[in-house]
Design a protein around this ligand. Structure first.
Ligand code: ZN
Length: 200
């Protein structure tokens, strides 16, 4: 078991509050279908993709092929880049363009419900409907102001998506215990080397 696995099971046990509110959690889990650090790809076949969509109450893609899979994985990677941009407090124009292109490909309708709520729903089926659901969740999070808290870990060997619940939205690492400490050790080492070099 790696340190990261340990962290994931700690999160499952509620020890780490990394889950996003409401349906935004689906988008966070979607990005984490690839565990960069452990090299685990959950969406490796169209069948695995359909199983994952079913588990997360997303529309089915009957007869899904690798073309559908490639499209969803590309969207996932742009979402990860946008979450990294949230972490760094910068824009990622390429990832944003990709999200805009995907949103433009799918028809979305406004559905008014009880309790003064409304939502965007895809007026299509198959992989378009999956994309529609995902972009509507992101839109809702942006409108509600929760989106900037959804971040990808700053460590480039990790990039795990987490929801930053810190008061001043300053969270940088998926977990202080794993990536935060690693970064601290690295900067300590770097400072040491710099000092040694300066001394000689
Ligand atoms: Zn991390």
């Amino acid at each position: 078991m790696t340190a990261h696995d340990g962290q994931h099971s700690a999160a499952a046990a509620g020890a780490v509050e990394e889950g996003a509110p409401g349906r935004l959690e689906i988008v966070r889990r979607f990005v984490n279908t690839q565990d960069v650090e452990d090299g685990i790809e959950e969406l490796d076949t169209p069948q695995a993709m359909r199983a994952w969509l079913r588990e997360h109450d997303l529309p089915d893609v009957p007869g899904a092929g690798f073309e559908n899979l490639t499209r969803l994985v590309a969207l996932r990677e742009s979402l990860r880049k946008l979450m990294l941009a949230n972490n760094r407090g910068q824009e990622d124009e390429r990832a944003l363009d990709h999200l805009c292109d995907e949103a433009a490909r799918v028809p979305l309708r406004v559905r008014f419900g009880g309790g003064g709520r409304s939502e965007l729903v895809p007026g299509c089926t198959g992989v378009d409907a999956v994309v529609g659901e995902l972009v509507s969740i992101v839109h809702e999070a942006m409108a509600e102001g929760t989106w900037p808290r959804l971040k990808a870990c700053r460590s480039d060997t990790c990039e795990w998506a987490f929801y930053d619940r810190s008061r001043n939205r300053s969270g940088t690492w998926c977990s202080m215990a794993v990536c935060g400490n690693r970064a601290k050790a690295r900067s300590f080492r770097d400072r040491h080397v710099a000092k040694r070099n300066a001394d000689t």
